[in-house]
Design a protein around this ligand. Structure first.
Ligand code: PLP
Ligand code: COI
Length: 365
């Protein structure tokens, strides 16, 4: 512990070459997802001797890494994803940043990385958003500034042990809809060959390796004409876990909303847990329980399952219009009313159009 290091002292050096006004306006007009990066970034270093230190906001720039840097070999890396939203009055807010900080702490423990205190995580994100405020889009079109905190083993050393030099950064990227077609129903490919996580593995951690392992399955999904891939549990190949980058919800014909329970192999989405609470407020019963792939296939066929949707920071709430597997498919490519209701309740809160009765929004500016 290095109690003296928290809260971190953050030094700010602004760029003398910010993106021009016209260029920025063009980027914010149509940001896409994860394509453009702001003028600055946040960095901090950690060593066992000094704890967290050298916290700074600097001009956005490439990193220089020794070829032996630990993360390049053994993938000791974790990340987070959250957004800053501009409200009608011009103020800027993040959504439950303490929850991202808490999840990063859990990911740190799993990946043998040092813990960044919650207040320092929140301060790091706030510091970058303040310096790059002009990159937070207006709320029209549900645009936002996507924030990507991440941490990796930056010691140059080829032995297999936790790195003794760790680097933490936050970068930011203006975001529109995650899927190219906006909020249209997406199609999902069922991965029967690949799984994402097993008992005792890293499924609950937000670590790059989980995404590396999902890519070949996502590639298969694309080849099958689908937008995303769904993974089943690795023990039995029977229960629905999650998508490559989103959690799943099922709406039953009695109005009950069901989501696969988290049992260590899926990422505990902050959107997912927020929807559990929002559904309660909207008057829907919510169940967290195992959902088998047969329940999904048969339920959509029989009408027991009336809607399916995916959720996550990047995807917000996205209707699932179709499930396809080797030999069949179900779904009618429509968006259901509960999906729309949940989506509106969430985004209205995030953009300050509805009262924040949960106290979830964190004001940055
Ligand atoms: N599951 C995976 C694998 C993800 O990458 C994400 C995105 O962060 C989620 C679920 C949803 O998590 P959250 O709602 O915290 O963004
Ligand atoms: C997020 O929603 O923040 C993610 O990390 C998901 C990824 C597919 C962009």
């Amino acid at each position: 512990m290095h109690p003296m290091d928290s809260p971190l002292q953050i030094e700010v050096t602004t760029t003398d070459r910010p993106v021009s006004h016209d260029r920025l306006a063009a980027i914010l007009e149509s940001p896409g997802f994860g394509q453009h990066f702001t003028d600055h970034m946040f960095l901090a270093e950690w060593t066992p001797e000094r704890g967290w230190h050298d916290a700074r906001v600097t001009p956005y720039a490439p990193l220089s890494l020794d070829p032996a840097t630990a993360v390049l070999h053994y993938a000791q890396e974790i990340f987070e994803g959250l957004k800053a939203y501009r409200h009608e009055d011009g103020s800027v807010w993040t959504f439950r940043p303490e929850e991202n900080a808490a999840r990063m702490t859990r990911s740190s423990r799993r990946l043998a990385l040092p813990v960044l205190p919650v207040e320092d995580f929140v301060a790091s994100v706030d510091a970058l958003v303040r310096v790059d405020e002009r990159w937070v889009p207006e709320q029209a079109g549900e645009k936002s500034l996507y924030l990507r905190p991440f941490m990796f083993g930056s010691e140059a050393f080829l032995g297999v042990r936790p790195a003794r030099h760790v680097t933490y950064l936050v970068i930011a990227s203006p975001a529109g809809a995650y899927f190219a077609n906006g909020v249209q129903p997406v199609s999902i490919w069922l991965s029967e060959e690949y799984t994402r996580a097993g008992r005792g593995g890293m499924g609950a951690a937000k670590t790059g390796g989980n995404y590396a392992s999902s890519l070949v399955a996502q590639q298969e999904a694309t080849e099958q004409g689908c937008d995303q891939v769904v993974f089943l549990d690795s023990a039995e190949g029977r229960y629905v876990e999650e998508l490559g980058g989103m959690n799943l919800y099922f709406v039953q014909d009695d109005g009950t909303v069901v989501t696969p329970e988290t049992s260590g192999t899926i990422l505990e989405g902050i959107t997912r847990s927020s929807i559990i609470e929002l559904c309660g407020k909207l008057g829907h019963a919510v169940e967290e329980r195992p959902v088998s792939i047969d329940e999904w296939r048969q339920g959509v066929g029989s009408g027991r399952i009336t809607e399916v949707f995916a959720c996550g920071t990047a995807a917000v709430v996205t209707p699932v219009g179709r499930l396809r597997w080797g030999g069949g498919e179900v779904g009618d490519d429509t968006t259901g009313p509960v999906t729309g209701e949940v989506r509106t309740a969430l985004v209205d809160l995030q953009y300050g159009r509805a009262e924040d009765t949960f106290g979830w929004m964190h004001r940055v500016l």
